[in-house]
Design a protein. Structure first.
Length: 212
C-alpha cells in the first residue's frame, strides 16, 4: 500500500499506470462518512474540471494498492469498519468481469436495459423472433438515431452490444441497423450469470438466426 500526502503528481502517475489498482479516497483523519474505495479507472479520483483540485494536499489523502483487501484492512484499522464502495466503480466491475470497469451513462444504461429486456423475452418464449433496430430504440427512448449513436458505439466498444452495420464513431447509425446483446451483456443479468459462455453463445446464435 502507498499513502500519498502532498504528492498530487506522483499520485496521478500511479493511478495512470496501474489500471487494475484501487484507491482509498478520504481525509487525513479518516471517518466512516469520508472514506471511499474506488478503482483506479474511476473518473472521480483522477479527472477534474478545475486545475485547483486537492487530490493529496490540504486535508486530503489517497491510499493506493493493487490489492483491495489490503486497503479494506487498513481502513478497518483507521475507522473500525470497511470503507464505502464507490457504486459506479463496483457496479461497473460487475458489468464487465474482464477487469475493465464500465462507467455507463444514463443513456447507455437505458439502451442496454431495452436491448436485454427484448432479448430475454424472446429467449424465455423461444420464439426466435428477436429483432431490434436503432430506429426502434430511438423511438422507444424518444431520441433521434443521431442522439443514440455515441452511446451505441461506446457499448459496442465495451463488448456489450453487437451492431450489424459498421460506421465511424462520429457518424450516425442507420435507423435499420440491428442491435444484439453479447454474452458479456447477458451476464449482467442475475438469471444468466451462472450460464457458461458456450451455452449463452448458442442461445444468442439462435436468437440472431445464426444457429447451425
Amino acid at each position: 500500500m502507498i499513502l500519498f500526502l502532498d504528492e498530487d503528481r506522483a499520485y496521478l502517475s500511479w493511478v495512470t499506470h496501474h489500471r487494475n489498482g484501487f484507491v482509498l479516497d478520504g481525509n487525513r483523519k479518516p471517518t466512516k462518512h469520508r472514506l471511499t474505495l474506488h478503482r483506479t479507472t474511476c473518473p472521480e479520483i483522477k479527472h477534474s474540471a478545475t486545475k485547483t483540485t486537492h487530490w493529496t494536499t490540504g486535508h486530503h489523502m489517497k491510499a493506493c494498492s493493487l490489492n483491495a483487501e489490503e486497503l479494506k484492512s487498513w481502513a478497518k484499522e483507521q475507522i473500525g469498519s470497511p470503507p464505502t464502495n464507490c457504486q459506479p466503480c463496483f457496479v461497473s466491475a460487475e458489468l464487465h468481469p474482464e477487469g475493465h470497469p464500465l462507467h455507463l451513462t444514463k443513456l447507455d444504461k437505458e439502451i442496454l436495459s431495452f436491448v436485454l429486456e427484448l432479448a430475454t423475452l424472446n429467449l424465455d418464449d423461444e420464439t426466435g423472433a428477436y429483432w431490434l433496430s436503432v430506429g426502434m430504440v430511438a423511438k422507444c427512448l424518444d431520441k433521434t438515431p443521431a442522439q443514440l449513436s455515441a452511446a451505441l458505439h461506446r457499448l459496442a466498444d465495451d463488448s456489450m452490444l453487437t451492431i450489424t452495420e459498421k460506421s465511424r464513431p462520429a457518424e450516425p447509425l442507420s435507423v435499420t441497423c440491428g442491435l444484439f446483446p453479447t454474452v458479456l451483456a447477458m451476464k449482467t443479468l442475475p438469471a444468466y450469470q451462472d450460464r457458461s459462455d458456450e451455452e449463452l453463445e448458442i442461445e444468442l446464435k439462435a436468437l440472431t438466426g445464426e444457429e447451425e
